[in-house]
Design a protein around this ligand. Structure first.
Ligand SMILES: Cc1ncc(COP(=O)(O)O)c(C=O)c1O
Length: 462
């Protein structure tokens, strides 16, 4: 229903508009080009689809101001790292107070016991360890899982992302010889030399028989899962699936790692806690320290005992778990402040109310324009997808993706002061997202669809 000609005309017009309004960003991009690969500190910072990267002057609360001085309402929120708003005052205060009293000492800061108690009370697991990123936390948990079970294999869900953890990059891909979907190491990985399918089994989300089959031989140490898939668009678990996943793991002695890095958007204790699903390992990162590099992983006392035994019985030396800066004092204080004063039940109530109205608004706009698109939500996190029914697995979610349509919509919104996440169509509401911000997003989205559908003429750049 959206003609390719109109789509490229809108996209070209929006690219021209961005260039016209961002001379300073273009200048910074030119200045950075000689010193950073691709001109930016991380290569993926170019994946926003803007003609040049949008450099940031400041981010506070739900707002982000670019180097050209344009203010944007931020629904990307650093892809969850700033889910509680950019630099929440209670956190910024603690960070600046603590910054002059030592950062990393390789010793536990005095915040440690109080932080442990906060984590235990909130997430229902008594024991915790720290990492610097959710990637590392997942990697460490997989190593622990293999150590305590003595099993070599893991199971992932097709379309998953758990950070740059080598083991998880296995997809189900249609074989060239027509054999149907077969496991394959993710083709886009750089420098990959080992065949990851040797130790990683991959099944579709919401496919219980496939999961049970993958676990049946008792060689799987761990299933790593988001309770709602959030990195391939959004895929919600069907009723009973997470409970069945838990039961299948228990029945086969397989550990269940629930990665709540994104689904912490669900509720103060995360999705699993809210739905009564007990993980063996629980991983949280990104927003847990408000965007300061920090992550945590939790487990129960029995698993802690098995971990202690595995470590005690191993030869002395490197465990392969931990980094020098993990558990640093500033990070401890930041997680403590986030849990105590930022990620409060009141903050969640507001975020989720805003996201509910965003979800309803997106559904109305899509319906008004007669588009066969769906809208999904997990707590404060919403997503629109280019398919009539919400996808039930990674394959369906991937099939619904349309890079050029996404790029045009994202750039259109950005040019009207609204940021959504660059890699798919995710929008987060934070504790200071206002109803007017949601309305502004919906107005811009509606105007964008009208233009894409040819209902209003494509204007030349202003
Ligand atoms: C579910 C999930 N887990 C882990 C990670 C890794 O987080 P980080 O990049 O902060 O290590 C991500 C990143 O997007 C994620 O989406």
């Amino acid at each position: 229903m959206i003609s390719p000609t109109t789509l490229s005309a809108v996209h070209a017009r929006e690219a021209a508009r961005f260039r016209e309004r961002h001379p300073r960003c273009a200048e910074l991009a030119r200045a950075g080009a000689g010193h950073f690969l691709y001109g930016v500190p991380m290569h993926w910072m170019n994946d926003w689809g803007t003609p040049t990267p949008m450099f940031v002057r400041e981010a506070a609360g739900a707002r982000l101001t670019c180097a050209d001085g344009h203010e944007h309402t931020d629904f990307c929120l650093a892809d969850t790292a700033a889910m509680f708003g950019h630099s929440p005052p209670a956190l910024a205060r603690v960070i600046s107070e603590r910054a002059s009293h030592g950062l990393g000492t390789m010793l536990p800061g005095e915040d440690a016991p109080a932080l442990g108690a906060l984590l235990a009370a909130r997430f229902g697991l008594p024991l915790w360890q720290m990492a610097l990123s959710a990637t590392d936390a997942n990697r460490f948990c997989l190593r622990w899982a293999r150590a305590v079970t003595g099993r070599p294999n893991i199971v992932v869900f097709d379309g998953c992302y758990h950070g740059t953890v080598d083991d998880v990059f296995v997809d189900l891909v249609d074989a060239a010889d027509g054999r149907g979907p077969v496991p394959q190491t993710r083709a886009s990985l750089l420098g990959q030399v080992s065949d990851l399918t040797a130790r990683t089994r991959v099944v579709e989300f919401n496919d219980l028989p496939a999961l049970q089959h993958a676990l049946a031989d008792g060689s799987v140490a761990c299933v790593i899962a988001e309770p709602v898939m959030t990195n391939v668009g959004m895929v919600l678990p069907e009723p009973g699936f997470m409970e069945a996943l838990r039961a299948a793991c228990t029945a086969t002695g397989t550990l269940l790692l629930i990665d709540e890095t994104h689904t912490i958007s669900s509720a103060p204790g995360g999705y699993a806690h809210a739905h009564g699903i007990r993980p063996d390992f629980l991983v949280l990162g990104k927003a847990i320290a408000g965007g300061l590099p920090c992550a945590v992983y939790g487990f129960d006392a029995a698993l802690g005992e098995r971990m202690r035994k595995a470590k005690d019985e191993a030869p002395p030396g490197h465990s392969g778990i931990g980094t020098t800066l993990a558990g640093n004092m500033l990070g401890l204080a930041a997680v403590r402040a986030t849990l105590a004063d930022v990620a409060t039940p009141q903050a969640y109530a507001h975020m989720i109310a805003m996201a509910q109205s965003l979800e309803a608004g997106l559904q109305s706009v899509v319906a008004e324009h007669g588009l066969p698109w769906s809208v999904s939500r997990v707590g404060a996190r919403s997503e629109f997808q280019f398919c009539a029914a919400p996808p039930r697995n990674g394959r369906q979610a991937r099939a619904a993706m349309n890079d050029s349509l996404e790029a045009a919509i994202h750039l259109y919104l950005l040019n009207r002061g609204v940021l959504i996440t660059p890699f798919h169509n995710m929008m987060l509401c934070c504790p200071v997202t206002a109803a007017a911000d949601v309305d502004a997003l919906l107005r811009a989205f509606s105007a964008c669809l009208a233009e894409l559908l040819g209902q209003t003429p494509v204007q030349s750049p202003r």
